[in-house]
Design a protein around this ligand. Structure first.
Ligand SMILES: Cc1ncc(C[n+]2csc(CCOP(=O)(O)OP(=O)(O)O)c2C)c(N)n1
Ligand SMILES: [Mg+2]
Length: 380
């Protein structure tokens, strides 16, 4: 089951249908926060802003039930797939991929009727179990990436894991555009009523900081966290003055990697030269402090831990100041999940080996979904 923003009012139904029918669930990136992070059938988001289990589940599926999504990347699937598409706007049906069955309906109403029509629990399939195992492996992968190591440069995952501890049950995240979005959708907690806003189709850098202003003005009592890259942040840094002027206690996180990381990865993948992709940064914490915000710059585990504790203290004391956490991170790109070279039935062993080596994804720890499925079949 592939869900999009249309399931906003049907979160409980998505989980119930997934459990009843035994369907792994995948979300589009803007819908990352609409399925609980901790749900055992949730594979995460699919595509370049995605996860390994979601990529593999979608690419091995025979049937995809698309609920409340016009998922643009369906057109790039490389296997034939049947689709059932449910959308309340008829014009959205069959736009990105043919719909074998097209249903004009509200997502919640459709899912409720599905539950009524299938009252008995369906048995768990080997495919679902393999997907659940793949998800567990993925969570272990993220844990490994997020582990703080003394005196080592910070990974984006480690920074966001710590930022996640500042999250409350109804926190709103304003996400910018770039590798920072990929890391954020993977790492931030969405287990309760948290929400995210991002510049989905338009990919407008600079969205994060402005989204923070809008979110905090709209919901003065809720905690608001923005995550931006250094490129996106420096495009709109002047708007921090607006946060200061209106005393908006937004927590703005910058993932500072010294360049346009998202484009660098794109160019590397297509064999283009690394040209014009690096730029100078200011000390953004210093800039923020001079603008009247609370600025904190972190470069390693100790300074990150101390900064998070400082932020907690300010929050506990009823903070009304915007905060800027400028986190200097490694240049490492996120694991490439736009096209994963893992399936032994689809790719040569050499190509798989090269992909695994490039992203430090050893086969014993992070097997392909097809391998996990074969193990399930052996057990049955
Ligand atoms: C206004 C705007 N200009 C250019 C782009 C193209 N673009 C997409 S991601 C990206 C790089 C973002 O760099 P940064 O903000 O540092 O984030 P990182 O990828 O390094 O995390 C660029 C240039 C865009 N989406 N929006
Ligand atoms: Mg950057």
């Amino acid at each position: 089951m592939l869900v999009g923003s249309g399931v906003k009012a049907a979160k409980a139904e998505v989980v119930a249908v997934s459990k009843r029918l035994g369907l792994p669930v995948i979300a589009s990136a803007p819908a990352a926060g609409l399925v609980p992070t901790g749900f055992e059938n949730f594979m995460g988001t699919q595509g370049r802003m995605g996860t390994q289990p979601a990529f593999e589940a979608l690419h091995m599926a025979d049937l995809v039930v698309m609920v409340g999504t016009v998922y643009p990347f369906m057109r790039y699937l490389d296997q034939p797939v049947k689709t059932i598409q449910i959308n309340q706007r008829a014009a959205d049906l069959g736009v990105q991929i043919h719909a074998d069955q097209a249903v004009v309906a509200d997502a919640g109403a459709y899912l409720q009727q599905l539950l009524a029509a299938q009252a008995a629990q369906l048995p768990e399939t080997a495919f679902l179990k393999a997907c659940q195992q793949s998800r567990q492996n993925w969570l272990a992968y993220l844990d490994e990436r997020a582990t703080l190591i003394d005196d080592a440069p910070l990974t984006a995952e480690a920074v966001l894991r710590q930022v996640g501890t500042l999250s409350e049950s109804d926190t709103i995240y304003g996400l910018d555009v770039g590798n920072n979005t990929v890391f954020s959708t993977r790492m931030l907690p969405f287990d309760q009523q948290q929400q995210l806003t991002m510049s989905g189709w338009f990919g407008a850098m600079g969205y994060g900081l402005a989204a923070g202003i809008a979110a905090q003005l709209s919901y003065p009592k809720r905690r608001v966290i923005t995550v931006s890259g250094d490129g996106g942040f420096s495009m709109v840094v002047q708007d921090l003055l607006t946060q200061v002027q209106y005393q908006l206690p937004v927590i703005n996180v910058i993932l500072e990697n010294g360049g346009y990381g998202f484009i660098r990865q794109e160019k590397a993948n297509s064999g283009q030269t690394d040209y014009g992709l690096t730029f100078n940064n200011a000390n953004w914490a210093g800039v923020a402090t001079n603008m009247g915000a609370l600025g904190l710059r972190v470069t390693d585990a100790a300074s990150l831990t101390a900064a998070i504790a400082t932020i907690q203290d300010h929050l506990a004391a009823g903070n009304t100041q915007p905060i800027v956490l400028d986190a200097v991170i490694t240049e490492e790109p996120p694991l490439e999940t736009g096209q994963m070279i893992l399936d032994p039935e689809q790719y040569e062993a050499d190509a798989i080996g090269a992909f695994r080596q490039q992203y430090n994804l050893p086969a014993d720890k992070y097997p392909a979904l097809r391998t996990l499925l074969a193990q399930q079949d052996d057990e049955i």
